[in-house]
Design a protein. Structure first.
Length: 249
Protein backbone atom coordinates (compact mmCIF):
# COMPACT_ATOMS: atom_id res chain seq x y z
CA UNK A 1 0.00 0.00 0.00
CA UNK A 2 2.78 2.40 0.92
CA UNK A 3 4.67 1.53 -2.27
CA UNK A 4 1.57 2.00 -4.42
CA UNK A 5 0.84 5.36 -2.77
CA UNK A 6 4.43 6.48 -3.36
CA UNK A 7 4.30 5.52 -7.03
CA UNK A 8 0.96 7.25 -7.50
CA UNK A 9 2.37 10.36 -5.80
CA UNK A 10 5.44 10.41 -8.06
CA UNK A 11 3.25 10.00 -11.14
CA UNK A 12 1.05 12.86 -9.99
CA UNK A 13 4.09 15.11 -9.47
CA UNK A 14 5.51 14.16 -12.85
CA UNK A 15 2.19 14.80 -14.58
CA UNK A 16 1.82 18.16 -12.85
CA UNK A 17 5.35 19.13 -13.85
CA UNK A 18 4.68 18.18 -17.47
CA UNK A 19 1.45 20.18 -17.50
CA UNK A 20 3.24 23.18 -16.05
CA UNK A 21 5.95 22.98 -18.72
CA UNK A 22 3.40 22.57 -21.49
CA UNK A 23 1.47 25.61 -20.28
CA UNK A 24 4.70 27.59 -20.04
CA UNK A 25 5.63 26.56 -23.60
CA UNK A 26 2.27 27.71 -24.95
CA UNK A 27 2.40 31.01 -23.06
CA UNK A 28 5.96 31.67 -24.24
CA UNK A 29 5.25 30.78 -27.86
CA UNK A 30 2.09 32.89 -28.10
CA UNK A 31 3.69 35.83 -26.26
CA UNK A 32 6.81 35.82 -28.45
CA UNK A 33 4.78 35.79 -31.66
CA UNK A 34 2.51 38.60 -30.40
CA UNK A 35 5.57 40.61 -29.38
CA UNK A 36 7.09 40.20 -32.83
CA UNK A 37 3.98 41.57 -34.55
CA UNK A 38 3.54 44.45 -32.09
CA UNK A 39 7.22 45.43 -32.12
CA UNK A 40 7.40 45.38 -35.92
CA UNK A 41 4.30 47.56 -36.17
CA UNK A 42 5.51 50.04 -33.54
CA UNK A 43 9.11 50.24 -34.70
CA UNK A 44 9.02 49.96 -38.49
CA UNK A 45 5.58 51.36 -39.28
CA UNK A 46 5.07 54.00 -36.58
CA UNK A 47 8.42 55.19 -35.20
CA UNK A 48 10.51 54.90 -38.36
CA UNK A 49 7.57 56.20 -40.39
CA UNK A 50 7.23 59.36 -38.31
CA UNK A 51 10.79 60.14 -37.21
CA UNK A 52 13.09 61.69 -39.79
CA UNK A 53 16.71 61.55 -38.50
CA UNK A 54 18.36 64.96 -38.56
CA UNK A 55 15.13 66.81 -39.35
CA UNK A 56 13.38 67.83 -36.13
CA UNK A 57 10.89 70.17 -37.83
CA UNK A 58 9.62 67.51 -40.25
CA UNK A 59 9.47 64.95 -37.44
CA UNK A 60 7.36 67.31 -35.31
CA UNK A 61 5.04 67.92 -38.26
CA UNK A 62 4.65 64.17 -38.85
CA UNK A 63 3.76 63.66 -35.19
CA UNK A 64 1.15 66.40 -35.21
CA UNK A 65 -0.44 64.98 -38.36
CA UNK A 66 -0.46 61.38 -37.11
CA UNK A 67 -1.15 61.64 -33.39
CA UNK A 68 -3.60 58.70 -33.32
CA UNK A 69 -1.10 56.44 -35.09
CA UNK A 70 1.56 57.54 -32.64
CA UNK A 71 -0.61 56.61 -29.67
CA UNK A 72 -1.21 53.15 -31.11
CA UNK A 73 2.53 52.71 -31.55
CA UNK A 74 3.22 53.63 -27.92
CA UNK A 75 0.38 51.36 -26.78
CA UNK A 76 1.92 48.51 -28.77
CA UNK A 77 5.30 49.02 -27.10
CA UNK A 78 3.65 49.00 -23.69
CA UNK A 79 2.10 45.64 -24.55
CA UNK A 80 5.53 44.41 -25.66
CA UNK A 81 6.98 45.28 -22.24
CA UNK A 82 4.14 43.46 -20.47
CA UNK A 83 4.65 40.41 -22.69
CA UNK A 84 8.41 40.57 -22.01
CA UNK A 85 7.73 40.23 -18.29
CA UNK A 86 5.40 37.30 -18.93
CA UNK A 87 8.02 35.58 -21.11
CA UNK A 88 10.68 36.13 -18.45
CA UNK A 89 8.51 34.09 -16.08
CA UNK A 90 7.27 31.44 -18.52
CA UNK A 91 10.72 30.68 -19.96
CA UNK A 92 12.10 30.32 -16.43
CA UNK A 93 9.37 27.78 -15.67
CA UNK A 94 9.88 25.98 -18.97
CA UNK A 95 13.66 25.66 -18.70
CA UNK A 96 14.00 25.00 -14.96
CA UNK A 97 14.28 21.18 -15.36
CA UNK A 98 17.49 21.72 -17.35
CA UNK A 99 19.19 24.07 -14.89
CA UNK A 100 17.16 25.96 -12.31
CA UNK A 101 19.79 28.58 -11.41
CA UNK A 102 20.64 29.42 -15.03
CA UNK A 103 16.99 29.62 -16.05
CA UNK A 104 16.42 32.02 -13.16
CA UNK A 105 19.42 34.13 -14.21
CA UNK A 106 18.09 34.26 -17.76
CA UNK A 107 14.71 35.39 -16.46
CA UNK A 108 16.31 38.17 -14.42
CA UNK A 109 18.25 39.40 -17.47
CA UNK A 110 14.99 39.74 -19.39
CA UNK A 111 13.32 41.55 -16.49
CA UNK A 112 16.22 44.02 -16.30
CA UNK A 113 15.91 44.58 -20.05
CA UNK A 114 12.17 45.21 -19.64
CA UNK A 115 12.86 47.82 -16.97
CA UNK A 116 15.43 49.59 -19.17
CA UNK A 117 13.03 49.50 -22.11
CA UNK A 118 10.25 51.00 -19.98
CA UNK A 119 12.47 53.91 -18.90
CA UNK A 120 13.47 54.47 -22.53
CA UNK A 121 9.81 54.45 -23.57
CA UNK A 122 9.06 57.16 -21.01
CA UNK A 123 11.64 59.35 -22.76
CA UNK A 124 9.90 58.71 -26.07
CA UNK A 125 6.50 59.64 -24.61
CA UNK A 126 7.96 62.81 -23.08
CA UNK A 127 9.43 63.79 -26.42
CA UNK A 128 6.15 63.32 -28.25
CA UNK A 129 4.24 65.17 -25.52
CA UNK A 130 6.39 68.23 -26.14
CA UNK A 131 4.80 68.41 -29.57
CA UNK A 132 1.28 67.11 -28.97
CA UNK A 133 0.49 68.36 -25.45
CA UNK A 134 -0.51 71.95 -24.89
CA UNK A 135 1.71 72.02 -21.79
CA UNK A 136 4.76 71.66 -23.97
CA UNK A 137 4.24 75.09 -25.42
CA UNK A 138 4.81 76.70 -22.01
CA UNK A 139 8.12 74.93 -21.35
CA UNK A 140 10.02 75.93 -24.48
CA UNK A 141 9.68 78.39 -27.31
CA UNK A 142 8.26 77.22 -30.63
CA UNK A 143 11.80 77.02 -32.02
CA UNK A 144 13.10 74.97 -29.09
CA UNK A 145 10.34 72.33 -29.02
CA UNK A 146 11.50 70.28 -32.07
CA UNK A 147 15.09 70.18 -30.81
CA UNK A 148 14.05 69.11 -27.31
CA UNK A 149 11.77 66.50 -28.84
CA UNK A 150 14.64 65.01 -30.85
CA UNK A 151 16.81 64.86 -27.73
CA UNK A 152 14.12 62.81 -26.00
CA UNK A 153 13.72 60.53 -29.04
CA UNK A 154 17.50 60.01 -29.20
CA UNK A 155 17.45 59.17 -25.49
CA UNK A 156 14.80 56.52 -26.22
CA UNK A 157 16.92 55.00 -28.97
CA UNK A 158 20.06 54.99 -26.83
CA UNK A 159 18.22 53.40 -23.90
CA UNK A 160 16.67 50.70 -26.07
CA UNK A 161 20.03 49.92 -27.68
CA UNK A 162 21.70 49.64 -24.27
CA UNK A 163 18.94 47.35 -23.05
CA UNK A 164 19.39 45.04 -26.04
CA UNK A 165 22.85 44.11 -24.73
CA UNK A 166 21.18 42.69 -21.61
CA UNK A 167 18.44 41.11 -23.72
CA UNK A 168 21.10 39.43 -25.84
CA UNK A 169 22.68 37.85 -22.76
CA UNK A 170 19.24 36.54 -21.80
CA UNK A 171 18.93 34.83 -25.18
CA UNK A 172 22.44 33.37 -24.93
CA UNK A 173 21.47 31.70 -21.64
CA UNK A 174 18.17 30.48 -23.09
CA UNK A 175 19.95 29.09 -26.14
CA UNK A 176 22.51 27.30 -23.97
CA UNK A 177 19.76 25.69 -21.89
CA UNK A 178 17.95 24.61 -25.04
CA UNK A 179 21.20 23.10 -26.35
CA UNK A 180 21.73 21.20 -23.09
CA UNK A 181 18.13 19.98 -22.80
CA UNK A 182 17.36 16.41 -23.64
CA UNK A 183 14.45 16.87 -26.05
CA UNK A 184 14.91 20.16 -27.91
CA UNK A 185 16.84 20.50 -31.19
CA UNK A 186 20.44 21.50 -30.57
CA UNK A 187 20.41 23.57 -33.77
CA UNK A 188 17.57 25.64 -32.28
CA UNK A 189 19.70 26.31 -29.21
CA UNK A 190 22.61 27.41 -31.40
CA UNK A 191 20.39 29.74 -33.42
CA UNK A 192 19.03 31.36 -30.25
CA UNK A 193 22.60 31.81 -28.95
CA UNK A 194 23.59 33.44 -32.24
CA UNK A 195 20.49 35.64 -32.06
CA UNK A 196 21.41 36.82 -28.56
CA UNK A 197 25.05 37.37 -29.49
CA UNK A 198 23.91 39.53 -32.41
CA UNK A 199 21.99 41.90 -30.13
CA UNK A 200 24.83 42.17 -27.61
CA UNK A 201 27.54 42.66 -30.23
CA UNK A 202 25.46 45.35 -31.98
CA UNK A 203 25.23 47.35 -28.75
CA UNK A 204 28.93 47.11 -27.95
CA UNK A 205 29.89 47.83 -31.57
CA UNK A 206 27.72 50.96 -31.64
CA UNK A 207 29.43 52.11 -28.44
CA UNK A 208 33.02 51.36 -29.48
CA UNK A 209 32.80 51.83 -33.27
CA UNK A 210 29.99 54.35 -33.94
CA UNK A 211 30.63 54.39 -37.71
CA UNK A 212 30.59 50.59 -38.09
CA UNK A 213 27.20 50.75 -39.80
CA UNK A 214 26.39 47.00 -39.83
CA UNK A 215 23.64 45.52 -37.63
CA UNK A 216 24.16 41.81 -37.02
CA UNK A 217 20.74 41.43 -35.41
CA UNK A 218 19.10 42.09 -38.79
CA UNK A 219 20.50 38.72 -39.87
CA UNK A 220 20.33 36.77 -36.59
CA UNK A 221 16.94 37.76 -35.13
CA UNK A 222 15.09 34.80 -36.66
CA UNK A 223 16.41 32.46 -33.94
CA UNK A 224 13.88 33.86 -31.47
CA UNK A 225 11.05 33.55 -34.00
CA UNK A 226 11.93 29.90 -34.62
CA UNK A 227 11.90 29.34 -30.87
CA UNK A 228 8.40 30.84 -30.63
CA UNK A 229 7.12 28.61 -33.43
CA UNK A 230 8.72 25.49 -31.95
CA UNK A 231 7.27 26.15 -28.50
CA UNK A 232 3.81 26.83 -29.90
CA UNK A 233 3.79 23.71 -32.08
CA UNK A 234 5.13 21.45 -29.33
CA UNK A 235 2.87 23.04 -26.75
CA UNK A 236 -0.14 21.98 -28.80
CA UNK A 237 1.01 18.35 -28.86
CA UNK A 238 -0.31 16.93 -25.60
CA UNK A 239 1.31 13.48 -25.91
CA UNK A 240 4.80 14.98 -26.00
CA UNK A 241 4.41 16.03 -22.37
CA UNK A 242 3.28 12.80 -20.79
CA UNK A 243 6.77 11.81 -19.65
CA UNK A 244 8.16 15.32 -19.17
CA UNK A 245 9.37 17.34 -22.14
CA UNK A 246 12.70 18.58 -20.83
CA UNK A 247 15.47 16.99 -18.86
CA UNK A 248 19.11 17.77 -18.21
CA UNK A 249 21.26 15.99 -20.79
Amino acid sequence: MVLNSTIEGLETIKHATGTSQRTAALITGISLLLMTVLAMFANFFVIEGLIVPGNAALTAENILNNEALLRWGIFSLMLVIILDIIVAWSLTVFLRPVNWSLSLLGGWFRLVYSAIFFVALVSLVNGFNLVTAAAGAGLFTAEQVPAQMMLAINSFSAGWDAGLAIFGLHLVIVGYLIFKSGNMPKILGLLVIICGAGYTIDTFTALLIPDFGISLSLFTFFGEILLAIWLLVKGLQAKAWENGMLKSS
